[in-house]
Design a protein around this ligand. Structure first.
Ligand SMILES: Nc1ncnc2c1ncn2[C@@H]1O[C@H](COP(=O)(O)OP(=O)(O)OP(=O)(O)O)[C@@H](O)[C@H]1O
Ligand SMILES: CC(C)(CO)[C@@H](O)C(=O)[O-]
Ligand code: BAL
Length: 376
């Protein structure tokens, strides 16, 4: 039988079994319970220090960690990266952080989809799947979802081009293509990725081919700044019609979703030209341009209440290492075909029409196809 001790601690012990007269246990029991994703053992870390405390023993015990950086609004593309990381690492850490520094001042930071509850439910479900599959080395051990003051301890430097702060810049590869349209984008990406790599200290980091220039920038950063991690690139996951999965697809709504395939259709036409033996820029990119022109003409022939207009930002044929434009494809190296399209808001929205997330603003989508080397 438990004896009640006549002290204030003892009185509390009678009311609540978590309190005991042992000073050691008393101290421990007052600690806040670690946050986890509901119905899963996945820890949720908000603070850099907590990640470091968790990481240290893994390092001492030679347990490998794979990091999957994301901005949340998770879809199958993200889950494929996590699956790849679980196959190759004892622990997977998924970061979810909408990094304001990579958004231009006029970009969609304020409306970027934030779906924390569905994201963590998807992670819990995937983690159970990973546990049941004997082919995996590890599972999802943690989600790192920091706040902006945590990630920018000296204060957030701002989103402006001339912001002052501690930045990582990777030039010239970050200045072309996406970097030309979004001048602060890769400065923000490289800076936050360097921070994430320093915090988590992963053996491997996982990125999607969908953001091809990002993969080139991160590889270059890791190489030039001697970051001790391996960059793994996973293939682009696509919808059934070929549209690259992307968090921003939720902005599209039904009408624009059908036409959003234009970029992938154009890139595939260019790929076919290469496969058919064309290596000159005019033929390869001409095939893509023809598709864009034809699809835009077809939309312009429709009523404003039914059509979808779009603007091609760029379609590029570039060297795979430098991302500089090429006039002729060096078949020993192959090339990167990439592009960006701006889907304009629909005209004359109809009553009850699904316009997409946040009322269907203009949305910029990217895609790419790697043209592989050919043996001569
Ligand atoms: N369809 C996809 N297939 C494979 N990887 C993807 C895909 N979409 C995104 N990723 C990768 O997931 C990681 C996190 O990307 P992010 O959270 O920005 O999602 P996103 O879908 O690219 O968002 P956005 O719509 O803003 O471009 C990146 O490495 C990105 O390349
Ligand atoms: C790599 C990344 C998570 C950095 O914020 C982001 O650019 C993304 O989601 O691709
Ligand atoms: N995946 C790209 C993130 C961005 O556009 O900000």
């Amino acid at each position: 039988m438990q004896r009640l001790v006549a002290s204030s601690t003892g009185a509390r012990a009678a009311l609540c079994p978590r309190y005991t007269t042992s000073p050691f246990f008393f101290t421990r029991s007052l600690r806040t319970a670690a946050e986890t994703v509901p119905q899963s053992p996945i820890r949720v870390f908000r603070a850099v220090d907590d990640v470091r405390k968790w990481r240290k023993p893994q390092m001492i015990n030679y347990r490998s960690v794979g990091l999957v950086p994301t901005m949340g609004a998770l879809h199958e593309g993200h889950l494929a990266l996590i699956r790849a990381a679980a196959r190759e690492n004892h622990h997977v850490v998924v970061s979810i952080y909408v990094n304001p520094a990579q958004f231009g001042v006029k970009e969609d930071l304020s409306s970027y989809p934030v779906t924390w509850e569905t994201d963590i439910a998807a992670l819990a479900k995937l983690d159970r799947e990973l546990a049941d599959d004997g082919g995996n080395l590890g599972r999802i051990s943690a989600v790192f979802a920091p706040t902006t003051p945590e990630i920018y301890p000296s204060g957030f430097p701002g989103q402006a081009i001339d912001s002052k702060g501690s930045f990582v810049t990777i030039t010239p590869v970050a200045e072309v293509l996406e970097g030309a349209s979004r001048p602060t984008f890769f400065r923000g990406v490289a800076t936050v990725c360097m921070k994430l790599f320093n915090i988590v200290q992963p053996e491997k980091v996982y990125f999607g081919q969908k953001d091809v220039q990002q993969t080139v920038v991160i590889r270059r950063m890791v190489k030039d700044l001697m970051v001790p991690t391996e960059v793994v690139i996973c293939p682009t996951e696509r919808e059934a019609d070929g549209l690259a999965m992307a968090s921003r697809n939720v902005y599209l709504g039904t009408r624009r979703r059908e036409v959003a395939i234009v970029l992938n259709t154009a890139l595939r036409a260019a790929e076919n030209a290469y496969r058919a033996g064309r290596t000159d820029r005019a033929s390869v990119l001409g095939a893509a341009q023809d598709v864009c022109d034809m699809m835009l003409r077809a939309q312009r022939d429709m009523k404003p209440s039914e059509r979808v207009l779009f603007e091609i930002d760029y379609i590029s044929l570039a060297d795979p290492d430098s991302l500089q434009e090429v006039d002729t494809i060096d078949v020993a190296k192959g090339a990167v075909l990439s592009g960006a399209v701006r889907m304009l808001p629909v005209e004359e929205p109809q009553n009850g029409e699904d316009l997409g997330h946040s009322g269907g603003p203009a949305v910029r989508l990217i895609d790419n196809i790697i043209l592989p080397p050919k043996s001569t």
